[in-house]
Design a protein around this ligand. Structure first.
Ligand SMILES: *[C@@H]1O[C@H](CO)[C@@H](O)[C@H](O)[C@H]1NC(C)=O
Ligand SMILES: *[C@@H]1O[C@H](CO)[C@@H](O)[C@H](O)[C@H]1NC(C)=O
Ligand SMILES: *[C@@H]1O[C@H](CO)[C@@H](O)[C@H](O)[C@H]1NC(C)=O
Ligand SMILES: *[C@@H]1O[C@H](CO)[C@@H](O)[C@H](O)[C@H]1NC(C)=O
Ligand SMILES: *[C@@H]1O[C@H](CO)[C@@H](O)[C@H](O)[C@H]1NC(C)=O
Ligand SMILES: *[C@@H]1O[C@H](CO)[C@@H](O)[C@H](O)[C@H]1NC(C)=O
Ligand SMILES: *[C@@H]1O[C@H](CO)[C@@H](O)[C@H](O)[C@H]1NC(C)=O
Ligand SMILES: *[C@@H]1O[C@H](CO)[C@@H](O)[C@H](O)[C@H]1NC(C)=O
Ligand SMILES: *[C@@H]1O[C@H](CO)[C@@H](O)[C@H](O)[C@H]1NC(C)=O
Ligand SMILES: *[C@@H]1O[C@H](CO)[C@@H](O)[C@H](O)[C@H]1NC(C)=O
Ligand SMILES: *[C@@H]1O[C@H](CO)[C@@H](O)[C@H](O)[C@H]1NC(C)=O
Ligand SMILES: *[C@@H]1O[C@H](CO)[C@@H](O)[C@H](O)[C@H]1NC(C)=O
Ligand SMILES: [Cu+2]
Length: 560
């Protein structure tokens, strides 16, 4: 008993007070294992790292080198992606299977080795193969360099809040089944908050959320919540009854602080927000609920947690709040419109002012014949009408070693023909497929218009680019107009991030500087769409300078 109390205390201290010395190497060991997680109210084992759900938080400071030894003890092939870590010249350690590495096979291991350069804040790590990231994920906390303050009042405490989705049935079996018959996979059975589900009919002890996640706070303090959306397929609204949240950072980039009573967070995104406990002592409801503004099925359950003031009496009433409507587009839009880079002297927004490569990508779905499918056809995910075919050799290896026949570097920079993109699309919904990449010279300035299509249905897609942060310089509804829309671009303080949602039936313009040589994945962070082929990759060539080439691969890089 004493042992348990001691170890809980230790975990708590570690959570809120990571005491880290100056720039150095940090070692972590990730054992990928099958685990029964009792707080999920289930005896079905799930794949975890070190038996934890969510997995361990990786703490480091800006400038640190991180070495993570990943040992695969499960029956699946595994890779881990350090989502948002720039991986300057170290693309071998990025993690997406068959893009930058072959998977770590059962009983094998691999040491990921990367340095955290020019980034500070919260990111996440997650499996990047199959649907394993459903349960194989956790936080990355990058503290500022020693002695460098936050550009906002120092919080008294910090708390990692990982949001996720949970299926009662085995996730891989469920996805295999849906792929076989050509139907969309089932939506999840609950959202989770730090591994706790909401109230579930199948689990009486969790009724009413009594055993759900509880954030214990003292009065009169400021907490930094490091919120992560590790869900597979859902944009989520986050609310805390009676409290406003001050957003200060997204995707490990500081923002201009702004107050909001609702946060919107897409899969793969992170949001740091300050919560001040200046309300009367008591218990306040926290709600996590989906945002989906078209009739596409989602897990529409609201998962709840509670904020408990320490000095409140046991009998204090619960202050509740109503989550936003599932289709609350106006709340989503006004939240997204408030996000701006901090753009201070210390943290400038280095927005590319000119464009060398102007790309136009349509993002959506198509329908291809599938004789073995229930319907005789199946929905595929496409960018510029191409459904991406995963290679069997990692693309970065094929690029580095000049192995031919793995990919072609002829991804089209714009659609083959123009149509009313945001309308229902052309009559013929059939697509192309292929392992086609787009080649970018080192240091070129790139603009991509990400245009949602209305094929089957318009939908907001969270697009994630590996290896870079980008600036979201513009957005709009309907079709992008190259004649009039650029005049409204924000080239001063647009939000800088690694994952950005395209508005439903609209477009987003992003810009980045291709200053990181390697092969870099761009894909929808809804796992269902990635699985269907909504992905592509860039080859960024080496530069001519001494530090402008990709480094040689690690010796222990897994083989296919
Ligand atoms: C999980 O629980 C089941 C049922 O109680 C049990 O058979 C199995 O051995 C457990 N697995 C692990 C990895 O503990
Ligand atoms: C990690 O990578 C760096 C190069 O980026 C290299 O110098 C260092 O030796 C590597 N460390 C290990 C333990 O492999
Ligand atoms: C999908 O959901 C349906 C309805 O809830 C259920 O009957 C079915 O078993 C689920 N399929 C899988 C593979 O879990
Ligand atoms: C709450 O009160 C207990 C007992 O007084 C104390 O140990 C703890 O640090 C307080 N704060 C929180 C956040 O639990
Ligand atoms: C949630 O979705 C289910 C299944 O699609 C539906 O039956 C139910 O009415 C929905 N609930 C709400 C509150 O929209
Ligand atoms: C949102 O959904 C509700 C039903 O759940 C519907 O009554 C309402 O019209 C929808 N609002 C918008 C703006 O589509
Ligand atoms: C089957 O395909 C038709 C034609 O593409 C489509 O309208 C229908 O929604 C599909 N049904 C299912 C269950 O996917
Ligand atoms: C691949 O080709 C490039 C350009 O032709 C060459 O510079 C490089 O040395 C080759 N790499 C390998 C590993 O053969
Ligand atoms: C494109 O489609 C949308 C949605 O159906 C429609 O509102 C719009 O008028 C169409 N635009 C043109 C130019 O046809
Ligand atoms: C997509 O590609 C297919 C196959 O080549 C073609 O039939 C179709 O017209 C194309 N659609 C669009 C929108 O480019
Ligand atoms: C896509 O590739 C598969 C084989 O991988 C092929 O059967 C199918 O016809 C292709 N579809 C199109 C539209 O080219
Ligand atoms: C694991 O990866 C290897 C290398 O790509 C592949 O040959 C093997 O089929 C994969 N195993 C499974 C179970 O998918
Ligand atoms: Cu998508």
């Amino acid at each position: 008993m004493a042992q348990i109390i001691w170890s809980r205390a230790a975990v708590f201290v570690l959570f809120i007070l990571p005491v880290l010395v100056d720039a150095r190497v940090r070692h972590y060991k990730f054992n990928v294992v099958a685990t029964n997680v009792t707080k999920l109210c289930s005896t079905k084992p799930i794949v975890t790292v070190n038996g934890q759900f969510p997995g361990p938080t990786l703490y480091a400071r800006e400038g640190d080198t991180v070495l993570v030894k990943v040992v695969n003890h499960v029956k699946y092939n595994v890779t881990i992606h350090w989502h948002g870590v720039r991986q300057l010249r170290t693309g071998w350690n990025d993690g997406p299977a068959y893009i930058t590495q072959c998977p770590i096979q059962p009983r094998q291991s691999f040491v990921y080795n990367f340095t955290l350069t020019g980034q500070r804040g919260t990111l996440l790590w997650h499996a990047h193969i199959l649907w394993l990231r459903a349960t194989v994920h956790g936080a990355i906390v990058i503290l500022p360099k020693l002695g460098v303050p936050y550009p906002f009042p120092k919080p008294d405490k910090e708390e990692v809040v990982v949001l996720s989705e949970w299926w009662k049935s085995d996730v891989e079996a469920m996805v295999d089944q849906s792929t076989k018959v050509g139907l969309p996979p089932n939506v999840s059975d609950s959202h989770t908050i730090n591994g706790h589900t909401g109230p579930l009919a199948s689990c009486p002890s969790l009724q009413g959320g009594a055993d759900g996640y509880r954030l214990q706070v003292d009065s009169g303090k400021t907490y930094l919540l490091r919120i992560i959306n590790a869900a597979l397929n859902e944009d989520l609204f986050v609310k805390v009854a009676g409290h406003q949240l001050t957003v200060v950072e997204v995707d490990a980039v500081y923002t201009k602080p702004f107050k909001t009573d609702t946060i919107l967070i897409a899969p793969g995104q992170t949001t740091n927000a300050l919560l001040t406990t200046d309300k009367r002592a008591g218990t306040y409801l926290i709600t996590i609920s989906p945002f989906m503004d078209v009739p596409i099925p989602v897990d529409n359950r609201t998962t709840t947690a509670t904020l408990h003031y320490n000095n409140s009496l046991a009998a204090t009433a619960l202050t509740t709040t109503k989550p936003p409507a599932q289709n609350a587009t106006s709340i989503a839009t006004s939240y997204l419109d408030s996000l701006r880079s901090l753009n201070s002297k210390e943290y400038p927004a280095l927005v590319p002012k000119t464009v060398d490569h102007s790309l136009f990508f349509t993002i959506g779905v198509g329908v291809n014949p599938c004789p073995s499918c229930l319907n005789g056809s199946r929905v595929v995910g496409v960018i510029n009408n191409i459904s991406f075919v995963m290679p069997t050799v990692a693309l970065l290896q094929a690029h580095y070693y000049n192995i031919s026949g793995i990919y072609t570097a002829d991804f089209p920079g714009k659609p083959i023909f123009a149509y009313n993109y945001s309308g229902p699309g052309p009559k013929n919904l059939q697509t192309m497929n292929g392992t086609r990449l787009y080649r970018l010279p080192y240091n070129s300035s790139v603009q991509i218009i990400l245009q949602d299509t209305g094929v089957i249905s318009p939908e907001s897609h969270p697009i994630h680019l590996h290896g870079f942060n980008f600036f979201a310089v513009g957005k709009g509804l309907g079709n992008y107009n190259p004649a009039s829309d650029p005049a409204n671009f924000n080239l001063i303080d647009p939000v800088e991030r690694n994952t950005m949602s395209i508005p439903t039936g609209g477009w987003t313009a992003i810009r980045f500087k291709a200053d990181n040589p390697g092969v870099w994945f761009l894909h929808c962070h809804f796992e269902v769409h990635t699985t269907w082929g909504l992905k592509m990759a860039f080859i960024v060539e080496n530069g001519k300078g001494p530090d402008e080439s990709i480094l040689p691969p690690p010796r222990d890089l897994p083989k296919c």
